[in-house]
Design a protein around this ligand. Structure first.
Ligand code: ADP
Ligand code: MG
Length: 766
């Protein structure tokens, strides 16, 4: 999962973290993540051969991070090894992906660690245990070699070169190949039924070649992973998790062939699969399968027996890898022995003394990374006995247990507590550091503007008041309450945008150019598609489309304003009539909600009226046949013109549709990630399905209009029978039914027919 990064003042964050580091706090506050432009100095270990080297990376960009860790795109700026040997695959000056196995968000970290704790009864191993990190990277190397068997080339899996321990965040991580590529294209497709036979279909002949090709690749890859004993890692590529699709990129330069250039790069799961906590539909099946094979908890356990058999079977192919495979066996064993993992070790924990010693060592390492113990106390814990048992049990006490453990186990923490109470200056330094550390998070999430951040630094009391009050609100709301001026600024910026968009043709053209450029950069458009779109920017229809978009933007607030006015009027009326605040409030909320869910709203009506007016003024019905009715529909009306122009400007239509889907789906946490299945489903639902339905209706226009007329008449009949309407209402209803339901059949249809459009095809589907 990727957490989108917004623009904020990186220099200010860096300045604050500098102050945090210089505060002299006995236990340093660690950064939640690094900034673009930061330098990372990391002691690397080559995956194979196991060469050590000191590396310096410059972070080009913080990409994001989900539950497993945080990803950076970095340039390797220096690499120095004692032994003179270099780490295979690393070249100074090249770009690499660095993943540090600690999530950037505190919530994600806690959630991941809790689940892992329940599953294996230790802190997240890949973050704190060397063998766990090492096993992961060697697995990736082995999988890469195996992938060549299945797909013909190792490039179908990203390479991984080194792993390291980052002192700054007390976490392990890995250096992997940076894959230049993109997610799938959201494809315009009206043959959705073909997807049912995805397993055997030829992607090139399908309506959605990239979708089918990716699905086939993942299916084959999952089966390969199972065959070679990496069944639990296969969960990262199971289609049905709904969020595995972004773990696979399509390398750049393979646009012509939908199946070419697919590359798997993420073998680090974040969330363990607990038998009682499925997190996606396929998890239910995976859990049952795991139970069948005797595995209650699934995460990244490799089946070494299977792997050995697989390698035996393809001995020639794995030639020269024996050393690496031995290292994998060693690290897998050490990793598994570093945790209690009672669902796998079971009774052996009671009977096997050396296993207990290993588990203890693993736990103690985890305590060290969490600053619970210092080295001296870690050595005592490693001795076992009552000291260890007592310390272990203390962990069961929430909150207080952690405090007591740190007091007992960590000399620096004891000094910290003592100085905090005894020394006024130290206390202030600690508060100052805490404030700055939190403020960095506020700046990144947009809770605070730069000037206010500086003001809060000068008035710490005001900061702490907010930290316990407004901090509980979502970031945007916190900002709006604390800085009402920014709300006003945003409104006025939006107003300016809409005004310029509405009035200024050059501005509109520029806007479209920017959108297209961004789409090209994201890989949504190929170079040829981008150029074709840009050639047509001045076509009369596109000019009209952009103008209508201006109307669309302008009408966006209409519904909100109308709904608030209506809701307020009703609220006041109810209060005046003597209703309590509870009832009146419920009416208020209900009305706001009502306006959000109805398919046609005041805003969309304005837009529809505009398009109809355009149609009448130009006496051009054909060009607006699809756009006019659709413009009246909320949400989807934005796509009215793209639907209309699908045959003439297919690239632009698809592009606007996919941007819309991407923006819409972003509000869904985890599953709304770019490239995940939900995004594709939303695009299908709002772009492809309406076209399929539209095409069907066009082929059966007479039937549809007959049914529509019948429905209108029936409703009229039912309403007039069951409600005792006065004459005026009955007449109004009759007029409405005739205009909306009868006229289209009686007048509109014959007109269309007369124009020689035997097969009216408003959706442009061939
Ligand atoms: N080696 C890489 N090359 C290109 N993009 C990458 C690479 N590693 C990560 N990314 C980008 O970062 C995102 C998150 O990385 P990933 O390793 O899948 O982390 P997680 O799934 O834990 O969030 C990916 O979806 C991808 O867009
Ligand atoms: Mg991932």
């Amino acid at each position: 999962m990727v957490m989108a990064s917004r623009a904020y003042n990186v220099a200010l964050c860096r300045e604050l973290m500098q102050a945090v580091r210089g505060s002299g706090r006995e236990i340093p506050l660690r950064p939640g993540r690094y900034e673009s432009g930061d330098t990372l100095r990391l002691p690397l270990r080559g995956v194979w051969p196991d060469v050590r080297a000191e590396a310096t990376f410059t972070i080009e960009k913080f990409i994001g991070g989900g539950f497993a860790g945080q990803v950076y795109r970095c340039v390797l700026t220096s690499l120095v090894s004692d032994e003179g040997a270099s780490i295979e695959g690393l070249t100074v000056g090249n770009v690499y992906g660095v993943k540090i196995l600690i999530p950037p968000s505190r919530f994600a970290r806690r959630f991941r660690d809790r689940i892992y704790q329940v599953a294996f009864q230790v802190p997240f191993s890949a973050q704190v245990i060397a063998s766990a990190c090492e096993a992961g990277v060697i697995w990736q190397k082995v999988i890469r070699r195996a992938a060549a068997l299945e797909f013909g080339s190792e490039t179908s899996v990203a390479d991984v070169y080194a792993w390291f321990f980052d002192e700054g965040q007390q976490a392990y991580g890995e250096v992997r190949e940076w894959v230049e590529g993109r997610m799938w294209r959201l494809e315009a497709d009206t043959r959705l039924g073909e997807r049912r036979a995805w397993r055997t279909a030829d992607p090139a002949t399908c309506g959605s070649p990239e979708f089918i090709a990716k699905r086939q690749f993942m299916w084959r890859f999952v089966r390969l992973l199972h065959r070679m004993g990496a069944g639990e890692l296969a969960r990262q590529y199971e289609w049905g998790t709904l969020k595995s699709q972004p773990n696979l990129l399509k390398r750049s330069g393979h646009d012509a062939d939908p199946a070419a250039g697919l590359c798997a790069f993420d073998f680090r799961a974040g969330l363990a699969l607990l038998p009682f906590l499925p997190m996606s539909p396929i998890d239910v099946w995976l859990i049952l399968r795991g139970l069948w094979h005797g595995s209650l908890v699934q995460f990244d356990r490799g089946d070494m027996t299977r792997l050995r058999a697989f390698i035996q079977e393809h001995q020639d192919h794995f030639e020269g890898m024996q050393g690496m495979l031995d290292a994998l066996e060693r690290s897998e064993t050490a990793y598994r022995r570093s945790m209690p993992d009672i669902t796998h070790h079971g009774m052996r924990l009671l009977t096997d003394r050396s296993l207990r010693a290993d588990v203890r060592a693993g736990l103690v390492t985890g305590y060290g990374c969490a600053d619970l113990v210092d080295e001296a106390f870690a050595a005592r814990l490693n001795g076992g006995g009552a000291v260890f048992s007592g310390f272990y049990l203390l962990g069961a006490i929430p909150v207080l247990g952690r405090f007591v453990r740190r007091c007992i186990g960590n000399g620096a923490y004891r000094r910290h507590v003592k100085r905090f109470w005894a020394e006024r200056a130290y206390r202030h330094a600690v508060w100052g550091a805490g404030l700055r550390h939190r403020l960095v998070g506020w700046i990144r999430s947009g809770r605070v503007s730069d000037p206010r951040a500086r003001r809060l630094l000068a008035t710490p009391a005001w900061f702490w008041v907010q930290a316990f009050t407004l901090r509980l609100l979502p970031a945007g709301l916190h900002r709006a309450v604390a800085e009402p001026r920014t709300v006003w600024e945003r409104i006025s910026a939006t107003w300016q945008f809409m005004r310029s968009f509405f009035r200024d043709e050059a501005f509109r053209e520029q806007w479209l150019g920017d959108q297209v450029a961004a789409g090209y950069k994201d890989g949504m458009l190929s170079e040829a598609e981008r150029d074709r779109i840009m050639q047509h920017v001045r076509d009369p229809f596109i000019i009209k489309y952009l103008r209508s978009l201006g109307v669309h933007f302008a009408t966006l607030p209409v519904t909100q304003i109308v709904s608030v006015i209506v809701a307020t009027v009703v609220l006041i009326t109810k209060l005046v009539q003597g209703a309590g605040w509870g009832v009146a409030g419920a009416y208020f909320g209900g009305i706001l909600l009502f306006f959000q869910v109805i398919p046609i709203s005041p805003g969309s009506i304005c837009r529809g009226v505009y398009v109809v007016a355009l149609m009448i003024r130009e006496r051009n019905y054909r060009d607006y046949l699809v756009a006019a009715p659709l413009s009246f529909v909320k949400y989807i009306g934005y796509l009215a013109f793209p639907f209309q122009m699908i045959t003439t400007y297919p690239e632009l239509a698809r592009f606007m549709g996919s941007r819309w889907a991407m923006d819409a789906v972003r509000i869904v946490p985890v599953f709304g990630e770019h490239g995940a299945l939900l995004e594709h489903a939303i695009f299908d639902l709002f772009f492809n399905v309406p076209r399929v339905v539209g095409a069907w209706c066009a082929r059966h226009a007479r039937l549809v209009l007959n049914l529509w007329m019948l429905m209108g008449v029936t409703i009229y009949d039912i309403v007039t029978r069951s409600c005792s309407l006065d004459v005026k209402s009955t007449t109004n209803l009759l007029i409405a039914v005739v205009v909306l339901c009868v006229l289209p059949r009686v007048l509109f249809y014959p007109v269309l027919k007369r124009r020689g459009e035997g097969a009216v095809d408003p959706t442009g589907v061939e």
